[in-house]
Design a binder for this molecule. Sequence first.
Ligand SMILES: *Cc1c(COP(=O)(O)O)cnc(C)c1O
Length: 360
Amino acid sequence: MEPRDLSAHTVYRAGRGIEEVARELGLDPEEMVKLASNENMFGPSPRAVEAIRDSAGRMHSYPKSSHADLVEALAEKWDVTSEQVWLSNGGDGALDCLARAMLEPGDEVLVPEPGFAYYAMSARYHHGEVSEYELSKSDDFAQTADVVLSAYAGERIVYLTSPHNPTGAEFTTEAVREIAEGTDEQTLVLVDEAYGEFSDSPSKRSLLADRDDVALLRTFSKAYGLAGVRLGYALVPEAWADAYARINTPFSASELACRAGLAALSDDEHVERSVETAAWAREYIYDNLAADTWESTGNFVLAEVEDASAVAEAAQEEGVIVRDCSSFGLPECIRITCGTEEDTEHAVSVLNDVIEVVES
Ligand SMILES: *Cc1c(COP(=O)(O)O)cnc(C)c1O
């Protein structure tokens, strides 16, 4: 026997890990700096670490009250009902939930190119088909209503990323509203705010108040430093929020994740410090990297080099891991995650040496 036809399905290419690269190159993992996966430079909130330790002895039970407590805390934070918070196994899990709730076999979705690979993957898992709207490098990847609406052809879900990965560009709230108004009544506009904390612009949350066709995605993986526990959620309109109960996998967010998430939510200081340091690091990279950069509102900066794979590989040999954006369709771009001051300065210095050698 065989699985179904998976030829249209792509494999997710994650940033490479320190242990993996260190082993391959015979380097000391302690000496390496990984700025390839937009993880938090300070690690998890100490409160989350403590909560995980404290709850370890309760792992024999299903996450029932912790799940309810976290949903309630998030509902309060966003001023929505508990039903509108769709807790999930990472932000990726929220994408799956929404695809499962929306897509009939053969339904089309519209995704950004370049963009986050999992939108298309998730849609295809749920028997959807994928079209793209183009963010143009010559236009500095500008995210406007026009760019999306001119590619729109009645798709069921339109994915918007704001701040956008890997470019760092944003949509204004007005642009999102225009897109929601310019698309069919039965089209969901899904705004992925995985990097929302790092931006000075407000969340698109305000659109949920008066529309039933806009949903948001948020995650604990980036600003909260909990990528390893896998915790995210969607905020959906009240009108169809009850669909979650029909499509959710039982206990999709683990006890550890819910406990860690609750603790991290109460640690404003950790998030503020992460956001401020990312803002500093972006400026440092714009000012000091020997390459053109795009202004970013996330915890990363996209930079233009001649040959991203050569630069990323050479930097890796010097112990600095950045993201080669070839898999995003940008073979001349690297994406550098904002690190601590020390790591960012070190990475820029190594990259500048490497760029000089590779491009000479
Ligand atoms: C990181 C990321 C997510 C969510 O990641 P999870 O770890 O699954 O929460 C979603 N969208 C974009 C654009 C991302 O970069």
